[in-house]
Design a protein around this ligand. Structure first.
Ligand code: ZN
Length: 570
């Protein structure tokens, strides 16, 4: 691998307490080194340097993403990349094809992305697509919150088997973290029902969402997994949902994290769970209340799931929500007679899903408030190490809009301008217009790479210290720049994106497109516990599944650039 020295740039490396200092960065054999010797030199005069972006939550691969591609041929007319000597051709704005996904992230200076919801049974598909997404490193989170083995072990109070099952499933799926989607609600949806409180029962299992969250969290910490449980809360998207969101925050107070971190839960795309009101007519924001709570309790992190005006494709493992959303969209008169197109699915013994096209319009009173809520959360909440930039791609909007969100966070003027173009409810029903805070570049660096890498427990990413992976973004921006348009432009097209010490993109052009790694947690269990679990799985498997247990686990050779992290569970 190439050696490289980057000279004269202004460096942001918050994990190493470097906040906008002129400093040279050397890379040797793909890793950040003390000093450079030989190799290529980049003169980064007048530019800023950050670690490569680390996206903590973006739906880029797998069966539901692919269903979205099938459902939206019109999305593929919007943007295309032509075949060159280096790049393959591809299309898509909100559901881009695999190759295009890698190129677009790399052009923006992002080098690692977490696919946050893979149905375990369909994770082979996720990895097949990972194998076709170039440049960026990837990992995926299998969904656990409605899985029958999980529900059985919780109802039996068998925490040992629950932890062992998580370890086994992560290994079988080559997964990275434990995802929960509407815990309990998606299983009930199989019976046409949902859950409305943390203490509603999951039918036939006699467990509650509260028990599912706490038990999976406890097992996650017991195994010593690098990331916390990653939770998509109950009742997402509905007016008044903030109440159950706050209950969920309270439910994990006092739960013990393992030693390497303080947080016990990551609450994802919080904006969708911060809605007030009792219906769409009095729909409002409770962002300030939730942010205040989180400001006072340091065991929860979140990402925002910022809504972005425009056309997108929503997709989630929350089947009942997507069913509700297609009803809403249909009632709005979109699409043809008989409703707007949508997909709902259920995966045997594991989870569900849905896909619905959506347009966030600034003129729509609800959408305008949704847009404002995301920014309110990010501006009210004080600790950038626990609040991260996402758009829940593509749910709030496509990830290519991150540069705009950055400009809104950094510029009150930019927010004011868009607030002026939004429905008056965004001004009247939220506090956004009163918020003066402007993010610094150091804070942007935390919410897009340093903090996300730390939250994921990826210790060699998100910083530029000696020994870190040589993933770097250089932006054509000076620390003094205040023009939001110039800020957005700089972040949309890195001057240089460097992956493992190699320049992969320069000024919007892909230079070379190597395959990144697929990172997963290989959790080793004591032999006796592993054996007991396997006995149990064999006994129940044929009753639960139409596939053979022997065909279920994904073999390591099926992954291009498999990068397991070994964890020895006690
Ligand atoms: Zn999501």
């Amino acid at each position: 691998m190439a050696n490289l020295v980057i000279k004269n740039g202004i460096v942001y490396d918050p994990l190493n307490n470097i906040n906008g200092e002129k400093k040279d960065i050397a890379i040797k054999n793909g890793i950040i080194a003390e000093k450079g010797n030989g190799g290529k030199v980049i003169d980064a005069s007048g530019m800023i340097i950050m670690p490569g972006g680390v996206d903590i939550h973006s739906h880029i691969a797998g069966s539901k993403v692919n269903s979205g591609r099938f459902l939206r041929p019109e999305d593929h007319r919007k943007e295309g990349i032509k075949k060159t000597k280096i790049t393959r051709s591809g299309t898509g704005y909100s559901v881009p094809s695999t190759w295009v996904t890698g190129y677009k992230y790399a052009v923006m200076g992002w080098t690692t992305v977490a696919e946050p919801a893979t149905p375990p049974l369909k994770t082979r598909h996720t990895h097949e697509e990972f194998n076709d997404i170039p440049i960026i490193d990837k990992c995926c989170f299998p969904v656990f919150g409605n899985n029958w083995f999980v529900l059985d072990y919780i109802s039996e109070g068998d925490m040992d088997k629950l932890a062992a099952y998580i370890a086994w499933l992560l290994r079988a799926c080559k997964g990275y973290a434990v995802k929960l989607v509407n815990p309990g609600g998606v299983e009930n949806w199989g019976w046409g029902k949902n859950v409305d409180s943390l203490d509603d029962m999951v039918l036939h299992f006699e467990v509650t969402p509260r028990q599912i969250i706490n038990s999976l969290g406890e097992a996650n910490e017991r195994l010593g997994l690098p990331h916390t449980i990653h939770v998509h809360g109950n009742n997402l998207g509905h007016p008044g949902v903030y109440k159950i969101t706050k209950e969920t925050f309270k439910a994990v107070q006092g739960m013990k994290s393992h030693k390497s971190r303080k947080t016990f839960m990551h609450f994802t795309h919080l904006h969708f769970n911060a809605y007030g009101g009792t219906g769409w007519k009095d729909f409002g924001s409770e962002a300030a209340e939730l942010a205040d709570y989180l400001n006072q309790h340091d065991n929860i992190s979140f990402d925002v799931g910022q809504a972005i005006y425009g056309d997108t494709t929503t997709m989630t493992g929350d089947g009942p929500w997507e069913y509700a959303l297609q009803g809403i969209v249909s009632a709005m008169g979109w699409g043809t007679k008989g409703g707007f197109k949508w997909i709902n699915g259920q995966v045997e013994a594991e989870c569900g899903s849905g896909v619905v096209p959506y347009i966030f319009s600034p003129k729509n009173p609800v959408n305008a408030v949704q847009w404002a809520i995301g920014l309110e959360l990010m501006l009210h909440f004080k600790d950038p190490w626990r609040s991260f930039l996402t758009s829940d791609h593509p749910n709030g909007g496509p990830f290519v809009n991150y540069p705009n969100v950055i400009s809104w966070l950094m510029s009150k003027e930019a927010r004011k301008e868009l607030l002026g173009k939004s429905h008056k409810n965004a001004t009247q029903k939220t506090t956004l217009g009163d918020l003066d805070r402007e993010y610094t570049l150091n804070e942007i660096c935390i919410i897009t790479r340093a903090g996300t890498a730390k939250c994921l427990g990826m210790t060699n990413k998100g910083h530029l210290g000696v020994g870190a992976t040589g993933d770097i973004a250089i932006y054509n921006l000076t620390p003094e720049e205040k023009d939001p348009k110039k800020i957005a432009k700089a972040f949309s097209q890195a001057a240089y994106t460097i992956k493992d010490g190699v320049i992969v993109a320069k000024d919007g052009e892909i230079i070379v497109a190597p395959m990144g790694q697929i990172i997963w947690n290989d959790v080793k269990l004591p032999k006796n516990i592993e054996n007991a679990l396997m006995e149990d799985l064999k006994k129940k498997w044929s009753a639960y599944y139409s596939v053979n247990l022997a065909n279920y686990p994904i073999e390591e050779h099926e992954l291009i650039n498999s990068a397991p992290i070994t964890i020895n569970a006690k």
